[in-house]
Design a protein around this ligand. Structure first.
Ligand code: GLN
Length: 315
């Protein structure tokens, strides 16, 4: 077993989860009106090991929208379809050092990486571009289901509409990329943005998201169903990008202090991957200045003080 004493481990995780509950700093995201209405006190944690041992705490049945945690998934789906060379002809793999929606491209006129908005819009354009939008969305929903152990993901239409109605920056990013010929030929810009907003508005609970994280920890094979969902090479590259770019403008500090691949979203979602061991999902809506969940970051920081999950813990 990847975690031999799972009961003991669960007790420690529960204690860290409860300690982080006291961190009530930060604010819920307000730039998407629907997100501003979420109860800031929500708090939940999911854990799944690569051999399928599971634990969940707090508001573990409550769904929340995935927001930017769809970015590694969309990157992985594009990669599984098109491979490394084609995908990275359209998106870089360098941290931007800027906020997630900054109007900036790399010196080649491409988005810096798939974990910020510009790069995620680009990856959305690379998911089955030839298919009708309905089929593309079905495809992504099915993948979330497969990654998450078989329970269907859902969709929050109010968040989608709210997001779409306040998306000037994302439109600006898309036009800026088109001006720089960054998209594949024949990309429909409006449809691509719509698809990106829809992907951000997919909802799951921490139980499902922890299985998604565990599928990444397990090289693309879902620990609950034992089915391969993503290619191993795709997962390797996805985790590398989560490690270097997954926490917005806090990515370098997070890699330094926590040392594990992670991805946050403005809904307060956080996915943490311990390669070869387990995946965690934390959800707590209040965000710090970088846009990361305050309790989520606190939990991750204390977790690596207790357990040797930092990539370079065993030096
Ligand atoms: N849907 C959000 C946006 O595009 C996602 C950003 C985020 O989670 N940081 O602005």
């Amino acid at each position: 077993l990847s975690v031999p004493d799972f009961v003991g481990f669960g007790d420690e995780v529960r204690a860290l989860f409860e300690d982080a509950r006291d961190y009530r700093g930060g604010e819920v995201a307000t730039y998407i009106p629907q997100l501003a209405r979420v109860d800031p006190e929500h708090y939940a944690l999911g854990l799944c090991t690569v051999d399928g041992q599971r634990l969940s705490l707090g508001d573990d049945r409550q769904s929340y929208c995935v927001q930017s945690t769809c970015k590694p998934i969309n990157y992985a789906l594009a990669r599984d379809l098109f491979g490394r060379e084609k995908v990275h002809a359209h998106v870089g793999r360098e941290p931007s050092g800027r906020s997630f929606n900054e109007l900036t491209l790399n010196p080649l006129g491409l988005p810096h990486n798939p974990m910020i908005n510009a790069g995620a819009i680009m990856c959305a354009s690379l998911i089955r571009p030839e298919a009708p939008l309905a089929d593309r969305f079905d495809f992504v929903m099915q993948k979330w289901r497969d990654l998450g152990g078989g329970e269907p993901a859902a969709f929050d239409n109010a968040v989608y509409l709210s997001e779409k109605a306040t998306a000037d920056r994302n439109f600006a990013l898309a036009y800026f990329m088109r001006e720089n010929n960054a998209f594949p030929d024949d990309t429909d810009l409006a449809e691509t943005l719509d698809f990106y907003f829809q992907c951000c508005s997919i909802t799951v609970n921490v139980q499902q998201m922890s299985v998604v994280a565990a599928t990444l920890a397990n090289g693309g094979i879902c620990p609950v169903t034992s089915r391969r969902v993503l290619k191993a090479e795709t997962v390797k590259d996805c985790l590398s990008l989560m490690y270097s770019c997954g926490m917005y403008d806090f990515s370098g500090e997070f890699a330094f202090a926590v040392g594990m691949p992670a991805k946050s979203g403005v809904s307060g979602a956080l996915m943490l991957v311990v390669p070869g061991v387990c995946g965690f999902a934390v959800w707590s809506p209040r965000l710090d200045r970088c846009g990361n969940s305050v309790r989520g970051v606190q939990f991750a920081q204390t977790l690596v003080r207790k357990f040797a999950f930092h990539s370079y813990a065993n030096m």
